[in-house]
Design a protein around this ligand. Structure first.
Ligand code: ZN
Length: 140
């Protein structure tokens, strides 16, 4: 089963149990996983079963990439940031501490950063822009 499918089932469970994220945010994550999983599964199956050709190879690669992204998102977002899985060992690395802080900032203020893995850079850029032009808001 692709990781995005695993992430979807875990998010549904955590969303119903009232995890740290609000119900609305958990629902958005569920919808994201729920839409990615069937597409990734279909692409991998097509990549395995279709007649040989470039389309088949690309479909398989894209399906695998979506699955790796889903697994990474599950482990970092649900596991590290929202503490639904034992991934806190990642906090040994500065990048993951900054990522966690940036994502919690996103939940607290419902604004920048919108990305997870590039969140620290996005937040730094937004702060630099705000310093340069104090009239710019995060939600813009
Ligand atoms: Zn989150």
């Amino acid at each position: 089963m692709p990781a995005s499918a695993v992430g979807a089932s875990l998010s549904v469970e955590s969303g119903q149990s009232g995890g740290r994220a609000s119900g609305r945010m958990a629902l958005r994550t569920d919808l994201l996983s729920g839409t990615h999983a069937p597409i990734a599964i279909a692409l991998i199956i097509y990549g395995c079963e279709a007649t040989p050709g470039v389309g088949r190879e690309v479909a398989f690669g894209v399906g695998c990439g979506m699955t790796l992204f889903g697994l990474s998102y599950l482990l970092v977002h649900d596991g590290l940031v929202h503490e639904r899985l034992p991934m806190q060992f990642l906090l040994r690395w500065r990048y993951f501490r900054r990522l966690r802080g940036a994502h919690l900032h996103h939940h607290r203020f419902h604004g920048v950063p919108y990305g997870l893995f590039l969140g620290p850079e996005e937040l730094s850029a937004a702060k630099a822009t705000r310093r340069a032009d104090p009239g710019v808001t995060e939600a813009a």
